[in-house]
Design a protein around this ligand. Structure first.
Ligand code: URA
Ligand code: SF4
Length: 245
């Protein structure tokens, strides 16, 4: 067995991940074209008095975990509240050094109230295990949007913007040492700019002074075999980065 095959097997990235059908909870392909730029969408600024928006953001910025949980569970700030079964805040160690951020809940996450519990989640767990990490142990896992986009479509810019104060508050409460953006939507949410995963992986970014790296979304890796070796490189890069912090 080649070294690469061995590593991929260790990662759980061998043939067992070669799904026959596109899984139902697969989210948008990170390699597809640019999402709309982030930021407060024009229609919101036009119809929502700025002071109101600021007030909501300020309230969320002052919340503790209990308030945050309730606020997210009851949130109706964007259209994604309509079809969700439940909002999914995040899971894990609230003092974690590692924060992984995905795109948004899929069907199983919406059902169970926990991020990354479907097929993509199994791969994420294997990726974590490959660098000696475990869900819940020094690791927190969250998403860009807390409610499932219908049909697992990519969240719209206004949905991501409406949900952003929650993720921002989670980051402020957790104070992770390293943030890992999983896929393009998460990377764009956190970096507030157009991002291509292929051009951004292996580089060190920062979000408000917190080191940040980007890698492929596990749902993308499930169907793009040839990028799995790159995902392994990214895992090594993030582990090295963490060690150097
Ligand atoms: N994909 C995501 O981006 N997040 C989840 O929680 C599940 C699948
Ligand atoms: Fe609120 Fe975020 Fe859910 Fe939209 S996605 S309703 S902003 S919790």
């Amino acid at each position: 067995m080649s070294r690469r095959d061995g590593i991929l097997r260790e990662l759980g990235l061998g043939p067992i991940w070669r799904l026959r059908d596109r899984p139902a909870d697969v989210v948008a392909d990170v390699a597809t074209d640019a999402a709309a730029p982030l930021g407060v969408p024009p229609q919101l600024t036009l119809t929502t008095p700025v002071a109101l928006g600021d007030d909501r953001a300020a309230r969320i910025a002052a919340m503790g975990w209990d308030e945050l949980k309730t606020a997210v569970a009851d949130c109706r700030a964007c259209a994604l509240c309509q079809a969700r079964k439940q909002a999914v805040l995040g899971v894990g160690d609230i003092d974690a050094d590692w924060l992984f951020v995905g795109e948004g809940p899929g069907a199983e996450e919406d059902e169970r109230g926990e991020p990354f519990v479907g097929q993509a989640g199994k791969l994420l767990d294997a990726m974590l295990a490959a660098i000696d990490l475990k869900r819940g142990e020094d690791v927190y896992i969250g998403n860009s949007v807390k409610c499932r986009p219908p049909g697992n479509r990519t969240p719209e810019a206004e949905e991501t913007a409406a949900c952003w104060p929650y993720l921002e508050r989670q980051i402020a409460l957790i104070k992770p040492k390293l943030i890992v953006a999983l896929g393009r939507p998460a990377a764009q949410t956190l970096l507030r700019s157009e991002v291509k995963i292929s051009a951004s992986r292996g580089r060190l970014f920062e979000h408000q002074g917190i080191p940040l790296v980007v890698t492929y979304h596990p749902a993308y890796l499930l169907r793009t075999l040839h990028d799995k070796a790159r995902a392994w490189e990214d895992l090594c890069f993030m582990r090295r980065t963490m060690k150097g912090l």
